[in-house]
Design a protein around this ligand. Sequence first.
Ligand SMILES: Nc1ncnc2c1ncn2[C@@H]1O[C@H](COP(=O)(O)OP(=O)(O)OP(=O)(O)O)[C@@H](O)[C@H]1O
Length: 300
Amino acid sequence: MSAVSLRGVTKRYGDTRAVDDVSFDLHENRIHGLLGRNGAGKSTAMRMLTGQEVPTSGQIRVFGENPYENADVLHQVCFIKESQRYPDIFLARHALEAAAMVFPNWDQGFAERLIEEFRLPVKQRVRKLSRGQLSSVGVIIGLAARAPVTLFDEPYLGLDAVARQAFYDHLIADYAEHPRTIVLSTHLIDEVADIIEDVTVIDRGRIVMDDSSENLRSQAVTVSGPTKAVEQFSDGHEVLHREDLGGFTRVLVSGVPTDRETASLQVEPVSLQQLVVRTTQFHDAALAGAGNGNGKGVRS
Ligand SMILES: Nc1ncnc2c1ncn2[C@@H]1O[C@H](COP(=O)(O)OP(=O)(O)OP(=O)(O)O)[C@@H](O)[C@H]1O
């Protein structure tokens, strides 16, 4: 079941196609990673699916309905973004109180536990909070709101490592008790690799990967060994990345080679971060080769 679906969605800003004919689903009650380089189109996609912007073309549905100016849908969607602004007079507790009024599933007890854990000075003006403290306001709201669709767009700028781990731990524990559709958009792929169940990677406004983490990880491996043997093996495989060191070569290939093909070589699984980075670079190179900045038809 899809909580959110995008079909042929494009968003143009003047000549920029921030999101370019994109289709994907966010499955209900899954934790989804929305990944990609700076300027790839992630925030634009999230603004559209949370009704903050209208697509130039294409269709967006959240629980089967158009989210734009649709209050019923929007009470079910919580969008935590790094650039969130609050009125100047707001104390931190006002931001939490406002969220408590908007989201029907708000859990005040949970919010209070999180305030304690993140050491949020709730009586301080929001504009005087440190960067990390401001991020924790968003993280607390996103968790305690328990919205059926919750999106975190780079929620933890400035959060220290302990606070980020606390966020991941609470997210996993609370999600297990209260399943919902969660989107994490982040550049810290290694940190979320074990949490996200589905992965969508956007590059230059287009989708380059869209699958479960499990499938993606099983679709590529790193093969290394003496250069000659690796080159022999590489023939007939899609090489996403190659590294040479002396007479030794390591390649990241898509597909799963047979034991026979790799008999004298070392085969290792690939991390999600490696896979995302190398696949994006591979697509970029393919686009540069094709001289097509919009990447029509390129998709793994
Ligand atoms: N309001 C806007 N007006 C004009 N261009 C915009 C606007 N919003 C986004 N863009 C452009 O659209 C493209 C996608 O931007 P977006 O913010 O969606 O990227 P992102 O993947 O979230 O990047 P980052 O990881 O850096 O936050 C960029 O080229 C950006 O400059």
